[in-house]
Design a protein around this ligand. Sequence first.
Ligand SMILES: Nc1ncnc2c1ncn2[C@@H]1O[C@H](COP(=O)(O)OP(=O)(O)OP(=O)(O)O)[C@@H](O)[C@H]1O
Length: 392
Amino acid sequence: MPADLLTAVQSALAGVLDPEIRRPITELGMVKDVTLSEPGEGADTSGAAGVDAAILVALTTAGCPLRETITRDVTAAVAGVPGIAGVEVRLTVMTDAERQELRKQLRGTDAEPVIPFAQPDSLTRVIAVSSGKGGVGKSTVTANLAVAMARRGLRVGVLDADIYGFSIPLMLGVTQNPTKVEDMILPPVAHDVKVISIGMFAPPGQPVVWRGPMLHRALQQFLADVFWGDLDILLLDLPPGTGDIAISLAQLLPNAEILVVTTPQQAAADVAARAGSMATQTRQRVIGVVENMSWLTQPDGSRLEIFGSGGGQEVANTLSATLGYPVGLLGQVPLDVAVREGGDVGSPRAGLDTAASGEDLGEGADALVAIADQLAGQRRGLAGRRLGLSVV
Ligand SMILES: Nc1ncnc2c1ncn2[C@@H]1O[C@H](COP(=O)(O)OP(=O)(O)OP(=O)(O)O)[C@@H](O)[C@H]1O
């Protein structure tokens, strides 16, 4: 068997990424065996002239939800190698020792997991999306910002910590549960965004009735035990208000920045400003305000301000005065049926490939993409970060 054909097959396999870990399956020790057989020697699955390849792949767990994706990707990669006629992929499962080795490789250490984003040298920007009250579109904003940033090429993760309404998996179209490798949780990926939700760990159809310490522990686990890999941005969808999760977050990630979502309505603006001003106590930085549901454009082009007007600017002004630094209104997102539909079908509108679909984003998603662009272009705040200064 020509050695260069084997090399070509191996380098094709090196181009296949594990869908969850996002690293080549060859690096992760998942390719257990590659056998090439002369035509007529092995099972010729194609009938074409050439060599057949049999690949043995070890999955991280027996119930790996992505076995079909891996099989398809391996088959496609190897079938593309010139000289290969048929591809057979066989699956096995990693041994305990192999899984431990993988965990060690990914964590880089045997030590107890720490929160990577809380380390002084972390390059990940953590943005917690907060609102005063429910239903103002906080999850919609989070999901759309995440996919818009991922489309810009950023490595993005979303942690859905909204215990009262964990809607992020639905909005991002995540149906599978996370895979576990030892005590490490591999987040599902959708629209190039890594997603973990408290809802993935709650009994189906039932509310999460955890108290403060349990919530704190859950948040800590999601931050430390989930293999997020290298992220540019981690977005957190917080429950509305100023509850236990917001306090835990401040303790676990003092360097997280806060993005406040409100509607234009006076009552919503008041509570949103209260939620944002909690940052004075937690010493986190508020990076801006998003006003959602600002208006509905009528068929004649006029704007119907269903929820009133001015709330977003008012929250920005109040927070600037309370916190003592400028907090800007980053954008106003109108009501838009396409935004609601995108969330309902698990495809946030801001992630739409307009070139491929030939459609416009629409004014709601346009506004969300513009906000994502601003955030992605912002320099990270220094609140809660150690500065490399020393007294001389
Ligand atoms: N700009 C918008 N245009 C149209 N529909 C929107 C818009 N923003 C949000 N919605 C819709 O409003 C509803 C509430 O939004 P969402 O679930 O994002 O709110 P939330 O603040 O996260 O609520 P909760 O805190 O209760 O989870 C959803 O059905 C969503 O699709």
